[in-house]
Design a binder for this molecule. Structure first.
Ligand SMILES: [Zn+2]
Length: 171
């Protein structure tokens, strides 16, 4: 009988996307009552939470580690990508970046696995990458709400999201 894990790994290698599966699925689970030394997220009963509160019993201490999202950020590994185009992006870049930072901060306050990986402005185009496709989706929705423009979404087979947001000049 064929080895299923071998087939899976072959499929993965042969896939056209070079994005890796989410880090969380490849790492051994952290110990209960761990805390991320970078973002302060805590791991309790199988879930990472943004809260910094850990209920410790007397004599028990926090185990410090780095959460999967912070590891993703460190490796520059993204599951969501936004390309912001159009003359307006250059004109209102600061306001746009502020809005994105705001959305990301609010998302991370409840869901520590949603973080910004990078933001780069080049030749009039802003490219923003996120650890989760959900955060990229939320940012695009917020940009449309705040600034208008149009967003086009493209999900790849492995669930990663590419968004192109376009808005022409103010006048
Ligand atoms: Zn973290």
């Amino acid at each position: 009988m064929a080895d299923k894990s071998m087939i899976r790994s072959l499929n993965r290698k042969g896939s056209r996307s070079n994005r890796k599966p989410p880090v969380a699925t490849r790492l051994p689970a952290p110990l209960d009552k761990s805390a991320c030394e970078r973002c302060g997220a805590t791991y309790v009963r199988g879930t990472w939470r943004a809260t910094r509160k850990l209920a410790l019993r007397p004599g028990e201490s926090v185990r410090f580690t780095v959460c999967p999202a912070c590891k993703q950020v460190e490796r520059g590994e993204s599951r969501g990508r936004l390309i912001l185009r159009g003359k307006y992006v250059g004109e209102a870049r600061e306001a746009i970046e502020r809005r994105i930072a705001n959305v990301a901060r609010r998302a991370a306050a409840t869901q520590p696995e949603r973080k910004l990986v990078s933001s780069e402005f080049r030749d009039g185009t802003l490219e923003v990458r996120t650890t989760s496709q959900k955060l990229a989706h939320r940012i695009a929705r917020e940009l449309c709400k705040a600034f208008g423009g149009k967003a086009a979404y493209a999900w790849s087979d492995d669930g990663a999201l590419d968004v192109v947001w376009t808005r022409a000049a103010t006048r």
